[in-house]
Ligand binder design. Structure first.
Ligand code: FES
Length: 607
């Protein structure tokens, strides 16, 4: 029997595949190599393979689909991929929430908004030696070519004039990088012009090489922050600097060294040299900012946690040994407070949250979670110590989001269905999996509101340590059972309570309630792939319709790229930082009470 084939286009991944009529959208996606989430393996029970059919013939929804989607959503083409048979060629949109972690990270993030006007223009410059001879009588040193030039050399760029003159004599044709009326830098004829944008995180560094002529990312690279060897969190690194006279210098050097390796890696990829990177923008939390720029950090470790500087600054790359053009300047945007830094400003710029007329909450989840509330032209910000539990740290079977990590969990009573990254036997559990596991334990009434186990069969495996077995040893890839312990639950309770408290105090400060929120923007790596409904289930996020949440990926990195190319974005950043009111949570009148109340799970199912 011959099978008829039709074409399925998957958006926004941009993959096309031939699929047999009668097969399901899930099968077509998997045959195209798209990791669409399918925790139940296509049985129609996990409800996680949600897609939107944008074009093509569509059968009527079945009863499961009708129970998941509203009538309006069904009209808009929303279906479960495993329940939808293919009858014709189709265009199918896969929302990021329906993708497994690695693929989600590839496609996530705010669309490049580098379309903002570039700070620079490139002036092609030709110089003929005979002109010089006529004017000067010899050809050894050019007469002041720039005297009659419409642009002047920035006098603060030490050595730029000499270097330019030398290059003119040997190469003749140059490309001058001009900002307003000043020559900031130059490259040789036919050389492309690049910029560097960096998101310097406490745990991870993300670097982007931006082609400044095309306003496009040409290469990216990332690495762990090497300062981790001197302390996992900010406070331990500050203490290290206080205890060691050369500590701060060391912290700066190891980050610059790592950045130089990333720069080299990207330059090899685009076949360019360091001179062609003419400027950089770097964002990080206030401590990362201070350690990078050499500002004192001691006061950041002591209440009231004051930053040494909140204003935007520029550092000459050559002064700190960053491997870009020695005349290149590194722009660091404003900090808002000791624990709300330029990375949060960058995130707010990338999401354009501050320009919104409606009420928006923007949350950047990390070891430290920064939250801003935009309401009636005001911006309130706070920072909460959420800790590294959502990155898999301090969790018994925790691991980072890599192959073999359980990333999604769905439970029916004590029966556990799960999905791993790479669809291989599980070896651990990453942040989104931990969040799902706890939300499912709560939803199935296996945990009470204080985080104590309520059922005993699964839990009494070990008389000393209370734990719930997610995967038995025989099924795991690590030969031991994968469990969630009481201690893991406490770690997550602490983390979620920190975030929940921050949100609540910001709402109270603005005099509104969670229902007034028109949108909740979630940024950061973990924020990109967490299951929103799970975060609501455990009380970490306000109980609002999932459609009001938007996961935007590494928005701070996008903001850094925007700051690199645009003067307008830089002034928006200045305005935003100046306008933001920092709220110190611990000083809020009933902080303790709010925090203690957050240290429990909502008792009733919220979804
Ligand atoms: S794979 Fe479709 S509902 Fe589980």
């Amino acid at each position: 029997m011959s099978t008829n084939f039709v074409t399925i286009d998957f958006e926004p991944i941009g993959k096309r595949v031939d699929a047999g009529v009668g097969s399901s959208i899930l099968e077509a996606a998997h045959s195209a190599g798209i990791d669409l989430t399918a925790v139940c393996g296509g049985a129609g029970t996990c409800l996680q393979c949600q897609v939107q059919v944008i074009a093509g013939q569509l059968a009527l929804p079945n009863s499961v689909e009708k129970s998941v989607f509203s009538d309006a959503m069904i009209q808009e083409g929303w279906r479960l991929a495993c329940q939808t048979a293919i009858h014709s060629s189709m265009k199918v949109h896969i929302p990021s929430d329906s993708l497994t972690t690695p693929q989600r990270l590839q496609v996530e993030g705010i669309a490049e908004t580098l379309g903002a006007p570039s700070r620079f223009h490139i002036q092609e410059f030709s110089y003929r030696h005979d002109e010089n001879k006529q004017a000067n009588g010899n050809d050894s040193a050019p007469y002041d070519i720039f005297n009659n030039f419409p642009y002047r050399i920035n006098p603060e760029q030490k050595g730029l004039r000499e270097s330019l003159e030398k290059a003119i004599l040997s190469a003749g044709n140059l490309r001058l990088i001009v900002h307003q009326d000043q020559i900031l830098n130059f490259v040789l004829q036919k050389e492309r012009v690049y910029g560097l944008a960096v998101d310097l995180g406490t745990t991870k560094i993300a670097a982007f090489l931006v082609d400044l002529e095309l306003n496009q990312v040409a290469a990216k690279a990332s690495a762990s922050n090497p300062q981790i060897h001197y302390g996992e969190d900010i406070i331990s690194r500050i203490l290290y600097c206080m205890d060691h006279p050369d500590g701060q210098e060391l912290m700066q050097k190891i980050v610059v060294d790592t950045l130089n390796q990333l720069i080299q890696q990207m330059l090899v990829e685009v076949k360019a040299n360091a001179r062609q990177i003419i400027e950089a923008a770097l964002v990080g939390n206030t401590a990362m900012h201070h350690l990078f720029s050499g500002l004192p950090v001691k006061q950041l470790g002591l209440a009231p946690y004051l930053p040494a500087s909140v204003t935007a600054m520029e550092i000459v790359a050559g002064d700190i040994g960053l491997g870009i053009s020695p005349f290149g300047r590194i722009y660091l945007p404003e900090n808002i407070a000791g624990y709300v830094g330029g990375d949060h400003v960058a995130m707010m710029l990338a999401t354009q949250a501050a320009q919104r007329k409606d009420t928006v909450l923007a949350i950047d989840i990390g070891t430290n979670t920064e939250i801003s509330l935009v309401h009636e032209g005001q911006i309130f910000s706070c920072s909460c110590a959420s800790g590294p539990a959502f990155e898999g740290a301090h969790i018994k079977e925790g691991m980072r989001a890599a192959e073999g990590a359980i990333e999604r969990i769905r439970m029916d009573g004590e029966h556990v269905a799960y999905q791993t990254i790479g669809n291989v036997p599980p070896i651990g559990i990453c942040g989104s999996g931990i969040l799902d596991a706890i939300a499912e334990l709560v939803r199935n009434h296996l945990l009470d509101k204080r985080g104590n186990f309520t059922a005993l069969q699964n839990i009494e495996r070990n008389s000393h340590v209370k734990e719930f077995e997610l995967v038995p040893a025989q099924k795991s890839g690590s030969n031991h059972a994968i469990v969630i312990t009481k201690r893991d639950i406490n770690e997550i309770l602490l983390a979620k309570a920190a975030i929940q408290t921050g949100i609540e105090i910001l709402l109270k400060t603005a005099g509104i309630c969670s229902n007034d929120l028109d949108q909740v923007i979630i940024a950061g790596a973990f924020g990109t792939y967490l299951t929103i409904s799970s975060a609501i289930q455990i009380g970490m996020f306000p109980n609002l319709p999932v459609s009001r949440f938007q996961q935007v990926g590494n928005a701070a990195g996008t903001g850094a790229r925007m700051l690199l190319v645009s003067d307008e974005v830089r002034s928006q950043g200045t305005q935003l930082a100046g306008q933001t009111k920092y709220v110190e949570l611990t000083l809020y009148p009933n902080f303790q009470e709010i925090y203690l109340n957050s240290l429990k799970f909502p008792s009733e199912e919220k979804q």
